[in-house]
Design a protein around this ligand. Sequence first.
Ligand code: NAP
Ligand code: FE
Length: 360
Amino acid sequence: MTQYYMPTKIIEAKNVVKQNKHIFTKYGNKALIVTGSNSSKKNGSLNDVTEVLTELEIGFEIYDKVVENPPVENIVDGAEKGHNAEFIIGVGGGSAIDAAKAIGILIQNPKGDPHATLFKLTDLKSIPIIAVPTTAGTGSETTPYSILTDHTRSTKSNFSSKVFPDIAFMDIRYFMSMPQNIRNNTCIDSLTHLIESYMCVSANTYSDGIVEKALKLWGTVKDILFENTISEENLTVFMKASTLAGMAISQTGTSLPHGLGYPLTYYKKIAHGKANGLVITAYLNICSNKKRVEHILDLLGFDNLNNFNKYLTKLIGRLNLNEDEILQYSQTMAFNKYKLRNHPDQISLNDLIMIYEKSL
Ligand code: NAP
Ligand code: FE
């Protein structure tokens, strides 16, 4: 069976929030805005949303305490603040949008233990989510996932329901304030989404079509990442590639690089996109479907894996782990049945260890 389902309406334009303000009125009279502490106040995204809500006389609360790789505690706090909200607007990077989805689940399903609601119960509904992304990498605006930090299990983990935002409002102006390191880390996240989707066991004609287009786009602007500044035109290419990558992984999920990246973020505080990027070449090296690997490299504009490796090494450096850490993180990944099941080859603990070792 082959299927494709991605119900989010994407509206992309400059000034998109104000131009489409009528859309907010469909969702009710009480909104919760979920955002980080800083960036959305500076890049104009939060201001645009609050101005529109005020003009429309839609009441709102702002939960602006979302931290990177949001922990469950953030979600519980946010749900408390917005307990009577009818819809949520997530403004910011993947952390803010993921938090918005999880808060939406807790507001819609307030009874019971929040940890169990988020990680054990499946198929729960959320109140509607509107996404206003400001980073060009996670694609969270077009995925049903929410990746949360779960300190009880010392890891990052997807919640167990599926929540697609209703609307993704894309305005390149909000992305322009990203400093080079944040921009590069997040752009690499989208690159790994594309690669993992293409190598995934459930890749199909529809996800492949999206990936092939987006890899080509990503390849045309890849060298810009070495520069400190980026034009609006070039960042728009990364923005589109990221949203497309979200659409692709919304079908296939991600696999080993994301699973291997989670401990790097949890224990070593390495940014999510960079963590995946550090292991992606060694991952591609063990993939048995060499034809697909070659096609990825070709679409990106690399002659071979070695050149791809050189590019990424120059951009983000190498992994730095000791033997004990490698064993511990590989064992963590070996328990991640969701990520293992997405990879078409049989994978042993030694394979996982080797991916980390080859990334040093
Ligand atoms: P992020 O964690 O949302 O934000 C990283 C940093 O960038 C924060 O300090 C944030 O500041 C800042 N920032 C955001 N937008 C900015 C802008 N326009 N200008 C300047 N600074 C800005 O980063 P992210 O890479 O977008 O998201 C990573 C998270 O997404 C991880 O938790 C990852 O697991 C998750 N993820 C989710 C999916 C999915 O499908 N749902 C896929 C991949 C990754 P503030 O805190 O002040 O806002
Ligand atoms: Fe990711």
